[in-house]
Each structure stands twice: as C-alpha cells, then as structure tokens.
Design a binder for this molecule. Sequence first.
Ligand SMILES: Cc1cc2nc3c(=O)[nH]c(=O)nc-3n(C[C@H](O)[C@H](O)[C@H](O)COP(=O)(O)OP(=O)(O)OC[C@H]3O[C@@H](n4cnc5c(N)ncnc54)[C@H](O)[C@@H]3O)c2cc1C
Length: 376
Amino acid sequence: MQDEVLIVGGGVAGCAAAISLARSGRTVTLIEREPTPRHKVCGEFLSGEALDDLSALGIDVASLGAVPIDHVRLAAARRAAEAPLPFPAASLTRKTLDTALIAEAIAVGVSVKRGRGVQSLRRTTANLWQATLDDGTTCQAPTAFLATGKHDLRGHARPNDPKQWVAFKMYYRLTAAQTADLKGASELTLYSGGYGGIQPVEGGITNFCCVVQRRYFAKAGLSWKSLITNMQQDCPHLAMRLAGADPLLAKPITVTHIPYGYLRHTTEDGLYCIGDQAAVIPSFTGDGISIALYTARCAAAAYLAAEPAPVFQPRLRSVMLPQMRLAVVAANGLNNPLARAVLPFCLRVWPGVMRVTARLTRIAQHAAVAPQAVAG
Ligand SMILES: Cc1cc2nc3c(=O)[nH]c(=O)nc-3n(C[C@H](O)[C@H](O)[C@H](O)COP(=O)(O)OP(=O)(O)OC[C@H]3O[C@@H](n4cnc5c(N)ncnc54)[C@H](O)[C@@H]3O)c2cc1C
C-alpha cells in the first residue's frame, strides 16, 4: 500500500516532519540508510528554540541526560571572554537524540525503513515521487520530503562549498580540573583557518567539534594529529582544555562539503526540502538542529495547508535570509586573523555583544510558519 508522504533521511529534520505529519493523521514512510543511529559530526549544542521544538515533539531531553549549558566562552590566542546565554540551552549526543526521535516516529505510526539508502528520487509519469533503494526496491508517494542532511542525492545536489570546509568531531574525557572548569559552558575556540566548539555532553564526556578550510588541513599533511597540534599552538586555551585528556574515539568522525550560507531557492512540485537540504548556517551559531526542526515544522504545516512546495521553499528562504546573512558575516569575521587577535579583548570590554550576536543569529522561529500568513 502507498503512503501519502515519503521522507528520505531519518535525522532531526526527517524525524520531526514525520512525527508532525503522522500526528496530523497522514500516512508516512521514512527511509533512513543507517540501521541504527550513530555518531554524527555535530557540536551537539541545543539552543532554546531547539529545546522548545523537541519538547513539542514529545522528546524530553532532560530524561535523556542532556547537560544544561548556561554560558558561552570565546577563546582566541591567549585571551578568553565569556557571557551568559540569553536563552536556556543544553547539549546531548546526536546518537541519543536521533535514537529518541526515530523511536517517537515509530510510536506515532510512521513506517520506518532502516538500513536502506535511497539511491535516486524522481518524479514518475504518474505524478508520484519514486525512491529507488539500494536493494533495488522502490517506494512511491504523491509527496516527498528531502531530509538527507549533509549528504546530497543525485539530481538534487546543493552548490559547491568554495572554501572546502572539513569538519571533525572527537569525544574526550578531560581531566577532573578541566571538566569542572568547563561546567555549563559552550566554548568557541578560534585558530587559523577555522574554529571549534568544546562542551560537555552526557556521560561525563566532552565533545570537541571543529571546522577548518581544506588548505589548512593540507598544510597539516592531512593528519588529524598535526592539525590538532597546530590548533592548540594557535589557541593556548584549547591546549589547556585538552592537556591530559583521553581521546575516546580511535579517530575523529569527519565530513566534507559544507556549503555554509546555503539557502535553497526553488524546488520541484511536491518535493519539500528541509534541514541541511534547505539551509546550512555557519556552525559557530549552534543553530543547525534548531533550523532543521524549524524547517521540518514549517514544511509539514505548508503541506497540511496544501501550500505547494515551489511556493513554500522561496518563502522559507526569505524568512531565513536576514539571520543567515548575519551569521555568514560573523563567521567571516571569526576567520579574519586581525579580528581573531582583538576579539576576546573587545568582548571582555563589551561582553553584551556575545549575547546580542547569539540572539540575532537565531532564525526568527515564529515568523511565517502559517502558510496563509504569507499568502495573504
Ligand atoms: C562541524 C559542525 C558542527 C555543528 N554543530 C552543531 C551544534 O552544536 N548545534 C546545532 O544545532 N547544529 C550543529 N550543526 C548542524 C547540525 O548538525 C545540522 O544542521 C543538522 O544535523 C541537520 O539535520 P538534518 O536532519 O538536515 O540532517 P541529519 O541530522 O544529518 O540527518 C540526515 C539523515 O539522512 C540520512 N541519509 C543521508 N543520505 C541518505 C540516503 N541517500 N538515503 C537514506 N537516508 C539518508 C543520514 O543517514 C542521516 O541520518 C553542526 C554542523 C557541523 C558541520
């Protein structure tokens, strides 16, 4: 039997859309290529908006062990500055979060096919979306949601990433003194060619997630060990954090092709693009999960209100454009050597700017969610 909606990708955005649609009485098939959730490259910071959306989806992050985060610290060269966050926040590993989201999708009646990658998604002559899976089987539905995150599907690719970012995630067990010093903080560390976030997650461990332009990785001989040594030389605060720390993964998890600043302009009839397939905000904002949830919520509302995908997608883009532009400008500033040198000093003098930037680089979560609000 054919469901009404087909969702490709069972990460944050795909699961959130599936849960919303199933709760509204729609029949949904969700296809996720991993058999079980696994670690993903992500700083695992959950902003206030993400916490609200997750709670509305029935995900109680506190019961999953999420760690409260109440201040942000910025460290560059020999200086660090900190400020309280202007919203409640937390951190939780993606493995735990994605496990809870998939379980909730199944609980509300979504038909979840796991361990099956979609190889192609195309419109048939019968006006249906047809996904061809890696075992050769097919799934069809009149409407499809594209939620494959950082991975592009053939025929639906996003533009190139001119700076050629490479992202890494590593878990560490810090020393007791460093664990205590990091408590409640999300730290942004700046170094040549990129930046990294360091923060506690559940289980008493610490996530270090960073991005660097490929040419800086190449300068380090494409070696993680050399790269992290270079980062620590540039940013002694990071060296202090990681002194005596035990790495908990044999090697970092990596991802490439991150088109920061991307906002999808258009889409085909009946194909709603959500999560990183709709928008990719610079990682320092820690807002990607929140945006994935927001775009899923907006797309589900648009579909339920019979707003066609080619009308919805540019509308979503225009709502998100101001914050995206600001986040890109701020990210370029972080990558500027002069700005890196003076930033912590300026922030110490005026810590309020961190709160203002954290607020302004949030997507206007409550704007234009209802399709009819824009149509009118
Ligand atoms: C370095 C870095 C740090 C970040 N830090 C943070 C942070 O601290 N806080 C934050 O909020 N955001 C952060 N983000 C952003 C955040 O990780 C993403 O924006 C978010 O995961 C997007 O959700 P999604 O559902 O679009 O994609 P995902 O959560 O990646 O889900 C996509 C799913 O699709 C599946 N899939 C892919 N291809 C196929 C296929 N062909 N067939 C079937 N299934 C498929 C994948 O297995 C995956 O489960 C960070 C990003 C980067 C790069």
